[in-house]
Design a protein around this ligand. Sequence first.
Ligand SMILES: *Cc1c(COP(=O)(O)O)cnc(C)c1O
Length: 462
Amino acid sequence: MLDQSNHLPTEELQAIDAAHHMHPFTDGNALQKKGVRIIKSANGVFLKDSEGEELLDAMAGLWCVNIGYGRPELAEAAARQMRELPYYNTFFQSTHVPALTLAQRIADLAPGDLNHVFFASGGSDANDTNIRLARHYWAAKDKPAKQIIISRHNAYHGSSMGSASLGGMKPMHKQGGLPIADIVHIGQPDWWSEGERLSFEDFGLLRARELQACIEQYGEERIAAFIAEPVQGAGGVIIPPQSYWPEIRKICEAHEILLIADEVICGFGRTGNWFGSQTVDIQPDIMTIAKGLSSGYIPIGGSVVSDEVASVVAAGGEFNHGYTYSGHPVSSAVALENLRIIEEEGLVAKVKNETGPYLKQKWSAFAEHPLVGEANACGMMGSMVLTPDKDARAKFPGEAGKVGAICREHCYANNLVMRAVGDRMIISPPLVISVPEIDLLVERAGKALDATYQQLKIEGML
Ligand SMILES: *Cc1c(COP(=O)(O)O)cnc(C)c1O
């Protein structure tokens, strides 16, 4: 059945999809009119669609395919584990070898005393775990009033009720009655959009000090935790000023609050260290992990927890929380194989010393393009802002995202998958991307930018 439908013509597959398949973060009617893109297979950093086009995937799927597509080792690991033990739970005082081995492996890799893993199926549910864990931790320490979690505007922490409340995306809050109680948001370190006349570094300090002000406003005795992505991903790859994280660290150390680093994108090599926390030099109490943990080959996520938090929670009686697929044996086996490959192929060091600096140099040069303002990269994450007037850091008139969408279409026309967040173009390629493949990425992105520039000129938008 699957094989047959896989060989139907594109239009027929599109019609079936339109009739029955609801897509995440998608305007269903608009997609139906346009026709969905059908990806059929993939290898390395390239996707193949149903029309036979080969696209360079500069997004690694959704920030997750760190080791690239088409690795038979992961398929073998899944098949082996499915034959031996396809499923068992980790609830009622039982465990299995893949889950405990993966927990140990993650503890080895994670910075400091982050030695304990609570597994989930992805990043959203792991962040829901974190909300309950942080609040339960303080209750177990006899401080039940510490309930408030501070997050940031334009953060992305997932799509469930809890994690989307942690997130700071207004259009998400508008649907479904979010945020839930006791979650508050401070400003993000996005200098290009919000820094006005301040210098880059002064603005970083200003935004970090909003955490201090927020703690004072609500009272330390009511704050459970602060959560942030080391480098914001879905918000537009916002690379913070150097001044930002040291100040946040200072504020967290001066107060009795937990620091939660959402490493769902930054983790497992993306910023040139195993974790983004190491890149920005912080020691969190809890880390959220998912995506790159399995390179997206299979769903898995988790919360990595410090000795102190784990011991308080363990002493607090039963933690009434868990998922059917917490520590799923097949997911764990695949994740272990993925981590083996990242380590044995030296992918983290490759990003740090070789491909990361190379991408940064090439990518930053886009700032010279007439359409581009800020262009920056950190490891295998990059972002550039499209602007009609870079000196004024101006926005395009009308709806934000219109020009980004035009540019994204020109990327597709040049067989490049690059994502638009408003009028920012962002990339997050697989960590295995080679120097010649980075050259190809940059060449195609340049062509797409030129085409976008020409179209805007013709349409009188410049
Ligand atoms: C993708 C993402 C999540 C949500 O993960 P899912 O697996 O989609 O539930 C959470 N946090 C960050 C930083 C993410 O990028």
